[in-house]
Write a protein that binds this ligand. Structure first.
Ligand code: PEP
Ligand code: MN
Length: 360
């Protein structure tokens, strides 16, 4: 349920609304906009509380949230969520979060050279998979704990925070031990609800990809597992508020890209959720000759960041060599991407409903 009040409403009214919400055992999110203040009530809303709200603020100002992903929805939380992924590095809002690194951590040398290249090209976060979810059992599965150890060394040398994919709740302690800054949920685990429930209680931010065949509402319900921390009894959130969505395309036949992505996907996500949304042009395109175009298009359509594969010797890469950018390509993508992001800031706030003929 959300309660929308004009900002000129009597001061005591929001206090009264919040007191009633607290007395019912619920908590709330108060979002003050330019003209209205939106109070989102967390958790299960009893008919009694709904009735009380309607009595205090009037029928027209009380609305049930229809999306099955309340905490993740923009309706509940109209303003962009902005948070620090590591000291001084922000996600969401006006911030552009640039992450790059090898698809998989293969050795200390390979990871360090990719990390240094990524940093020089403008990346603020180092990516690298230690646990790789592979389609076939005979493919390289990642170095596991040794990979996390290598990432920790790269982090110490470069000062870059690290993002790495987690496959099992059993590994959370290991990720904490090696100081992984952002835990990634990959396309193959978006509907691994046991993993999502466990990650709801981790103190680090989560980067969650879309699944290979998840529609947006299914993906956002997975995000809801992370945000709500709902355990069947606790209706009041208490999950992990720091979640980044990363769009990476879906498994649908195309001879242009490996995982085609709806060109409106990022725009759509940004209307549906207040959380930071970034894109992964490497796994989307699948081939390096298209990654720059796709990455720039992602930013142009509203992606507040990118996660990109880079490898200094892609022919020798154990995973995803054909999609890895060279240092020069990464630098091009990040520098032009940053310019495009700045140009986007010229869009008026109401551009989605903007109609020049109506305003003249
Ligand atoms: C990855 O980023 O290394 C990865 C495996 O991505 P995805 O889960 O999107 O396939
Ligand atoms: Mn990969």
């Amino acid at each position: 349920m959300i309660i929308t009040l004009p900002n000129e409403a009597p001061k005591g009214l929001i206090g009264e609304v919040n007191a009633k919400i607290a007395a019912s055992g619920n908590t709330s999110n108060v979002d003050r906009g330019e003209k209205t203040t939106v109070v989102g009530v967390r958790g299960f809303v009893s008919p009694q509380l709904e009735e009380e709200m309607r009595a205090i603020v009037g029928e027209a100002n009380v609305r049930r949230i229809s999306e099955p992903y309340k905490e993740a929805s923009r309706t509940f939380h109209p303003k962009d969520t902005v948070f620090e992924v590591a000291p001084g590095i922000m996600a969401g809002g006006q911030n552009l979060l640039l992450a790059a690194g090898p698809c998989a951590v293969e050795s200390l040398e390979q990871t360090l050279e990719a990390a240094e290249a990524a940093q020089k090209a403008g990346a603020k976060v180092l990516r690298g998979g230690a646990f790789k979810p592979r389609t076939g059992p005979y493919s390289f599965q990642g170095l596991g704990e040794e990979g996390l150890e290598i990432l920790a060394i790269a982090k110490e040398r470069t000062g870059m925070p690290i993002v790495s994919e987690i496959l099992s709740p059993d590994d959370i302690a290991l990720f904490e031990k090696y100081g992984v800054d952002i835990l990634q949920v990959g396309a193959r685990n978006v509907q691994n609800y046991t993993l999502l429930k466990a990650l709801a209680h981790v103190k680090k931010p989560i980067l969650i990809k879309n699944g290979l065949s998840t529609r947006t509402d299914v993906w956002l319900q997975s995000v809801e597992y992370l945000l709500s921390g709902y355990d069947g009894e606790n209706h009041n959130g208490g999950g992990n508020p720091n979640v980044i969505l990363c769009s990476r395309g879906v498994d649908f036949g195309s001879d242009a890209s490996k995982y085609p992505m709806d060109i409106a996907m990022i725009s759509h996500l940004r209307t549906k959720t207040h959380l930071p949304v970034i894109g992964d042009p490497s796994h989307q395109a699948g081939y390096r000759d298209k990654v720059i175009d796709v990455g720039l298009a992602m930013i142009a359509s509203g992606a507040g960041g990118l996660e990109v594969d880079v490898h200094l010797n892609p022919k020798a890469a154990k995973v995803d060599g054909p999609q890895a950018l060279s240092f020069n390509q990464l630098q091009l993508l990040f520098s032009l991407g940053t310019e495009i992001w700045e140009i986007r800031k010229k869009l008026p706030n109401n551009y989605r409903s903007y109609d020049a003929t109506l305003t003249q």
